[in-house]
Write a protein that binds this ligand. Sequence first.
Ligand SMILES: [Zn+2]
Length: 216
Amino acid sequence: MFIGHFAVGFAAKRAGPRLSLAVLFAAAQFADLLWPVLVALGIEQVRIQAGITAFTPLDFISYPYSHSLLFLCVWGVVFGAICAGVVRDGRVSLVIFALVVSHWVFDWITHRPDMPLYPGSAKVGLGLWNSIPATIVVEVTMFIIGVWMYSRSTRARDRIGTRAFAALVGFLFAAYAANLGQPPPSVAVIVWTASAGAAVLLLWAWWFDRHRNPVT
Ligand SMILES: [Zn+2]
């Protein structure tokens, strides 16, 4: 799943109004932030295998530390504790934990059975990616709902709060559409675009979120 994880981050602003949208995105996408680093280090493995699912040609051979349920629970506790300490509000840890673990749940729905419960476990996955139309319907619906919830739980203070927000939504849609049917040329390209893309998106979200006030 791609924009579906961003949808969950957008939606979580109501539950965690004191947290920057960038932090909410980072929590929902934590697995996919860690993953390219571990792939680059050779700790986790992926290869490109045309046709392995209808939606994506990525064959996730092994990714127990970034994508097992057990490790995402651990990362969720750690990330949640750090955020709760920074904003001095214990409830924040629950929001972050739920976001980090939500990544596993939504990847479990989309991936073929390649998602581990814990390192070395049997792998599970419901395989939404076997259908391109179903994947698009689910992800785009989630995204629209998430963006709508964020727009209702915050109010723009100025033009940056309106336009940079709208631009990010448009950019994510465009990136999603551009990815359809485009097999990546190499694993190195995947690692670099995933890392650079995440950095840009988090900075972008942090920027315009500061120009929007939570609606109380
Ligand atoms: Zn993932």
